[in-house]
Design a protein around this ligand. Sequence first.
Ligand code: ADP
Ligand code: MG
Length: 233
Amino acid sequence: MSVLLALHDVERSFLMGDEPITALDKINLTVETNDYLALTGTSGSGKSTLMNILGCLDRPTTGRYLFRGADVAAMNDEQLAALRSREIGFIFQNFNLLTRATALQNVMQPLIYQGVRRSERERMARTALAKVRLEHRMQHLPNQLSGGQRQRVAIARALCSAPSLLLADEPTGNLDSVTTAEIMALFDELHTEGHTLIVVTHDHNIAARCRRHVRLLDGRIADALTPMEDVGA
Ligand SMILES: Nc1ncnc2c1ncn2[C@@H]1O[C@H](COP(=O)(O)OP(=O)(O)O)[C@@H](O)[C@H]1O
Ligand SMILES: [Mg+2]
């Protein structure tokens, strides 16, 4: 497997008034192509801050972030936005769908920014919706879909442009256990097909089924466990 991304001594701090808050402290992490990584930690431990940096929505205060060997710090906003749109798919706890747009329109939407022709956008979106088994719900609005179906629309949207990395921040946080199992089965399938996934979760059952598990504590990596070591965690 080849290295997709690497963080070297990454720090991210915020100013709260005059007080600096260190949200991430000396993070070192390497993620390979087709990795399947669970990221856990208590609330405030820095998970979302780390996901934002990994997803190029934010930059480290100090330290290096290399994506396919290229230093993200050296990129301007335009280059960063292009990297984000081509290489990274995001999945959020609250689905973040456009409420007045159909499932199909939601999935097509990011492709507009990539300059994909309309007919091609629709073809790609239909393929992605079929992939998450929603071909029978393409013309539905989000409020006509169940929570699990909404999350599958969001997954189709993330998958649509064939990104190198899928980042999911508490993707099952708003779902019941049956729907959670469906979404995780879909993630397992994507991993088997060669996708690279990083999943933030509070659920140890979810963490245990990923290939690797990294735990954050107060902005630092507390430990990195393989699934075998994770039993009983
Ligand atoms: N934009 C911000 N401004 C100020 N502080 C922030 C900001 N984002 C995160 N933080 C702080 O950084 C720490 C980590 O937050 P976060 O990454 O959201 O944790 P988690 O996702 O694990 O709950 C918290 O102390 C939080 O208050
Ligand atoms: Mg968070």
